[in-house]
Write a protein that binds this ligand. Structure first.
Ligand SMILES: Nc1nc2c(ncn2[C@@H]2O[C@H](COP(=O)(O)OP(=O)(O)O)[C@@H](O)[C@H]2O)c(=O)[nH]1
Ligand SMILES: [Mg+2]
Length: 238
């Protein structure tokens, strides 16, 4: 019957989109440090939502019964550490910070050190992500990672991409992937008009999955990425 064709087509389209989004990816967050804290390094361009994501992620981890320390390795502006600390108090976890303009790697080191000393499960490290020069970024992130790894494993390097920036997000992903091994993508600001059409390309480009999506500025606005739900949301308004 003619009337059943559109629905069939829709189903085929849905299946094809789900396949493209790759439901086979392991999207679980790796935070097990095996005897020491697992460390999650959060990177990305300024304004994409790194600090907010860390606050929301801390909330998720605390809700799972885990203990958390935040490291304010964005030392470029004092306000950045204040913002992270505000999130820390909101969620009830301590924030380790250093002097404004101080060495980001040394703050990251101190945070992990404190995490080990107090026996927490996870340390979440915020970074500045200034795209001043690629070598500058590489030096900074590389050093942060190396310094942390003297003490505990970096179990995740999450790249935050603002869903509203479109193709620009793909360019950012390439730059960051060149300087540090990304293990997961966080797509922020999907609560707006953005539909996250970048998901397929960025996963293909980096060969890592979108693990989390940001759906707002509130504490509970970070959720796991689910391929099928994502495709259904894409199709709902088309
Ligand atoms: N609507 C919305 N806003 C967000 C989301 N994530 C972050 N923001 C906002 O984006 C702005 C930049 O976020 P911030 O965490 O400071 O970015 P950072 O510079 O990468 O640390 C802030 O105003 C956040 O409240 C999200 O998922 N949805
Ligand atoms: Mg920030």
């Amino acid at each position: 019957m003619v009337s059943t064709i559109p629905e069939k087509a829709r189903r085929v389209l849905r299946d094809e989109l789900v396949r493209l989004v790759n439901p086979g990816f392991d999207r679980s967050l790796k935070v097990d440090g095996d005897g020491v804290p697992g460390v999650v390094l959060v990177v990305g361009v300024n304004g994409t939502g790194k600090t907010t994501t860390i606050g929301k992620l801390a909330r998720v981890l605390v809700a799972e019964g885990k203990t958390v320390v935040l490291g304010a390795a964005d030392t470029f502006r004092a306000a950045a550490a204040d913002q992270l600390q505000t999130w820390g108090s909101r969620v009830g976890v301590p924030t380790v910070r250093g002097p404004e303009g101080g060495d980001p790697a040394s703050v990251a080191f101190d945070a992990v050190q404190q995490g080990i000393a107090s026996g927490v499960d996870v340390v979440l490290v915020d970074t500045a992500g200034r795209l001043h020069t690629k070598t500058g970024l590489m030096d900074e992130l590389g050093k942060i990672k190396r310094v942390i790894e003297k003490k505990a494993p970096v179990t995740e390097v999450l790249l935050v991409i603002d869903a509203t920036t479109g193709q620009n997000g793909l360019t950012q992903a390439r730059v960051f992937a060149d300087v540090v091994d990304i293990t997961g993508i966080v797509l922020s600001k999907l609560d707006g008009s953005a539909k996250g059409g970048i998901v397929v390309q960025v996963q293909r480009e980096l060969q890592v999955p979108v693990k989390l999506i940001g759906l707002g500025e509130g504490v509970d606005d970070l959720v796991p990425f689910e391929a099928e739900a994502f495709v259904d949301a894409l199709l709902a308004e088309s």
